[in-house]
Ligand binder design. Structure first.
Ligand code: COA
Length: 398
């Protein structure tokens, strides 16, 4: 049987806190007019509570995608989280999400390809499915870049926002789903967009903090030139690879970085009609790897993609990287019933939290138990029997 990977669920989550351009203009030397005309962004969402993190945003998006797909978390074979703002260098944020949603049968790993990461992860999930290593894969793009930008640097802080989007890919014998992918990298431009410190090359120190090396650094103009070129090239390439032409494409969902990049690459270079390009960056800014799944979710909810439609997802980002995927939208799953939703939300997700807590407590208990046992053994071992039958402490024999 031929194996295809179809998108059966999608969902998104953005933090409640809205940060407008006017608010930003009170924080740095900028203006609503400059940001709107140079980027197209009007506002963005940012996390404003310590408990809101990349994993919690990812978890909310993952739950929405599971609701849409109408499958339980236990049906997942793999959870891939694409992010540039992971919870830690390790463990993977994906493991935290896997535990939180109770995907007890799934493996989990993070993928780092910056803003192109979601499309990279989609390609990896597709590969796992067609090579029979998995049947159902959750792909999440999630970011809290607001925690990594320098809020005094107007070159970067006006651009980024936080959020998460997720899709579920499942094996199918009906042609459709992910039809072609194009992935690219040019590491000679690695320095153009980076977070210099915090990794093994420049571990965090007082000096890196003093220099602001733990914040995002970017050469905006160079990234702009690169982006306008690769977005058009990658789109053309992926359409050709799928044996289609641009006229067949119902919708292009580009990475939501800057309206001028989208206009220059998709509309001017490809001569693609503006009405068939999905844009929501005015409300969310650049949410990096989360931008494409958030836009995909909103496009589907707005009825812009119908069963049988072809769509191109195309992005670029730090690395430098670029990625495009051509998908054929499939029939939607029947809506989830209220009792399924109740079962998952009220019982399964709560049970998952309890199970996780129980495992932590159990691990702690056994750690204490074994430590105690080791101490008793050490004590007994060091007290060898003496000829008079009384214990002789070996530690006295020095
Ligand atoms: N508010 C007001 N003025 C600003 C500003 C801001 N937030 N940021 C920069 N400026 C100023 C600059 O200092 C410069 O002033 P100068 O002429 O006196 O030196 C002027 O505006 C023009 O700056 P420039 O860098 O030429 O602007 P630009 O038109 O290239 O736009 C970006 C800047 C960052 C919006 C644009 O280059 C861009 O979008 N690049 C791609 C970035 C991106 O997508 N990154 C994420 C990749 S996933």
């Amino acid at each position: 049987m031929a194996r295809y990977s179809r998108i059966i669920g999608w969902g998104m989550y953005v933090p409640e806190r809205v940060l407008t351009n006017d608010e930003l203009s009170r924080m740095v030397d900028t203006s609503d007019e400059w940001i709107r005309t140079r980027t197209g962004i009007r506002e963005r969402r940012i996390v404003d509570k310590p408990a809101e993190t990349t994993a919690t945003l990812a978890e909310r998006a993952a739950r929405a995608a599971l609701d849409k797909a109408g499958i339980p978390p236990t049906a997942l074979d793999m959870v891939i989280v694409s992010t540039s703002s992971p919870e830690h260098l390790f463990p993977a944020t994906a493991c935290i999400v896997q535990d939180a949603i109770g995907a007890t049968n799934a493996g989990a790993y993070d993928l780092s390809a910056a803003c192109s990461g979601f499309v990279y992860a989609l390609a990896m999930a597709h590969g796992l499915i067609v090579s029979e290593q998995a049947d159902t894969v959750m792909v999440i793009g999630a970011e809290t870049l607001s925690r990594l930008v320098n809020w005094q640097d107007r070159n970067t802080c006006v651009l980024f926002g936080d959020g998460a989007g997720a899709v579920i890919l499942q094996v199918s014998d009906t042609p459709g789903g992910v039809l072609a992918t194009v992935l690219g990298s040019d590491g000679s431009g690695a320095h153009l967009l980076s977070l210099p410190a915090g990794g093994s090359r420049k571990p965090p120190s007082l000096e890196t903090i003093r220099n602001g090396d733990h914040y995002i650094h970017m050469d905006g103009k160079a990234v702009f030139r690169f982006a306008t070129r690769v977005m058009a090239e990658a789109t053309r390439e992926v359409v050709e690879k799928a044996g289609l032409s641009l006229e067949d494409i119902a919708l292009i969902i580009p990475h939501q970085a800057n309206i001028r990049i989208i206009e220059s690459s998709v509309v001017r270079q490809l001569r693609f009609p503006w009405e068939r390009v999905f844009v929501n960056l005015d409300r969310y800014g650049n949410t990096s790897t989360a931008s494409i799944p958030i836009a995909l979710t909103e496009a589907v909810e707005a009825g812009k993609l119908r069963p049988g439609d072809y769509a191109v997802l195309v992005g670029f980002g730090a690395g430098l990287t670029w990625a495009a995927a051509l998908i054929q939208w499939g029939p939607e799953a029947p809506p989830v019933t209220w009792w399924q939703r109740m079962w998952w939300h009220v019982l399964w997700y709560r049970w998952s939290r309890l199970r996780s807590l129980y495992r932590r407590v159990r691990r702690r208990f056994f750690a204490l138990y074994f430590r105690g046992r080791e101490q008793v053994e050490q004590w007994t071992f060091t007290r060898e029997p003496s000829p008079d039958g009384r214990g002789k402490d070996r530690t006295d024999q020095k």
